[in-house]
Ligand binder design. Structure first.
Ligand SMILES: Cc1cc2nc3c(=O)[nH]c(=O)nc-3n(C[C@H](O)[C@H](O)[C@H](O)COP(=O)(O)O)c2cc1C
Length: 352
């Protein structure tokens, strides 16, 4: 990383989301940062530049370098970009003066949620040794073998793949506010989304290609080529395993916090992770890694959907009910993220 020509440091500001979601906002650090990283990694790849997400760093030192008031804002990850320089490294400066950058206050009054500060503190790394140990050896979380009926992904051949540039797709990107309940998407479209979103993340906490913390579970309402029902996506096998067949629009409505969006979409993708095992292997920092990875996969789902002119939105959910719905397969996993995909409802022209 020391040889990268450029490193971007991403930070998060508690109050940006806490005014609405209170302490639950801690997750949004990973979600928002991940969404941003999905775009950043895609643009880097399109520009032929290497980029890597670094989550193992000494928090206090990076925060000090940026001169952050850590009760309000904290460093979340580092992203070295470009090709390593061959030249010998210059001596690091003896002293780094505080940046002292002024920030515009978000509100006249802010409420502090101590649970979030505690959570961040408990998942901080305190020394270079701790960082080294945390990055450690390859640790893979294997997925269980399939039992139900399987459908292989069937992405379109090269000539049928979306052709827009990443800049065009990012400019088009946004969250759909209303889905057309009568619409459907094809298995080929869904295949492109799942395939593109799960090709692995260049990150210091994922050592082998294909390793992933988040498992994807789907509720399919209206996908041509798939029976309506609940599915588990296997990234290794590139296949969808049918867990239970049926029309689950009303269940999706409930799971997505009683909102219409997940009921009216064509397909809902839930991310679940075995937090117990991940925390055992990666310590508290593992929680940040799970949320960040979810944000990146979610961000890539946005991009792959918009590349195909589909609508998409992230959603909040009832945690335990999501696990119950996908159990017994999802037993012991926690709900991490939810994205709904479909076709946006076109506004009717107003009379007159
Ligand atoms: C993880 C996640 C959860 C979200 N939850 C909801 C939600 O419950 N209801 C909703 O209407 N929008 C939800 N959104 C959409 C956000 O409101 C939207 O992304 C945000 O306003 C930014 O707008 P943009 O995505 O168009 O840039 C969610 C988005 C994400 C990424």
């Amino acid at each position: 990383m020391a040889r990268a020509p450029l490193t971007i440091v991403c930070t998060g500001t508690y109050w940006r989301n806490a005014w609405k979601y209170e302490a639950r906002t801690y997750r949004h650090f990973g979600w928002d940062n991940g969404t941003l990283l999905a775009n950043l990694l895609a643009v880097s790849a399109a520009s032929g530049l290497q980029a890597k997400v670094v989550l193992g760093f000494v928090d206090a030192e990076v925060n000090r370098l940026l001169d952050l008031n850590t009760r309000q804002e904290v460093s979340l990850c580092l992203v070295p970009i470009g090709y390593p320089s061959e030249r010998s490294l210059p001596e690091p400066p003896k002293q780094v003066p505080a940046l002292g950058l002024k920030t515009v206050p978000l509100s006249q009054h802010e409420v502090e949620y101590p649970a979030m500060l505690d959570m961040h503190e408990a998942s901080s790394l305190e020394s270079a040794e701790e960082v080294k140990e945390w990055r450690g050896e390859a640790r893979i979380v294997p997925s269980s073998p399939p039992i139900g009926e399987q459908t292989l992904l069937s992405p379109a051949p090269e000539e049928g793949q979306p052709k827009d540039t990443i800049e065009q797709v990012i400019l088009r990107r946004g969250s759909t506010r209303t889905f057309d309940r009568a619409a459907s998407v094809t298995l080929a479209q869904l295949s492109i989304i799942l395939d593109q979103a799960t090709r692995g993340l260049p990150a210091d906490f994922l050592h082998s290609s294909g390793a992933q913390f988040n498992d994807l579970y789907l509720i399919v309402h209206s996908v041509q080529g798939l029976k309506p029902g609940a599915y588990f996506f296997s990234g290794e096998r590139k296949s969808l395993e049918l867990l239970k067949e049926g029309e689950f629009r009303s269940q999706a409505h409930h799971l997505g916090l009683e909102q219409d969006l997940p009921a009216d979409a064509c397909v809902d993708i839930f991310f679940l992770a075995d937090l117990g095992r991940i925390l055992e292997m990666y310590g508290n920092r593992g929680y940040r890694a799970v949320q960040l990875e979810a944000g990146v996969i979610g961000g890539r789902i946005y991009l792959a959907s918009h590349a195909q002119h589909l609508g998409v939105t992230g959603l909040t959910f009832f945690d335990d009910d999501v696990t119950d719905f996908f159990s017994p397969h999802a037993e012991s996993k926690s709900a991490i993220f939810l994205v709904a995909i479909g076709k946006p409802l076109k506004r009717q022209p107003q009379p007159g």
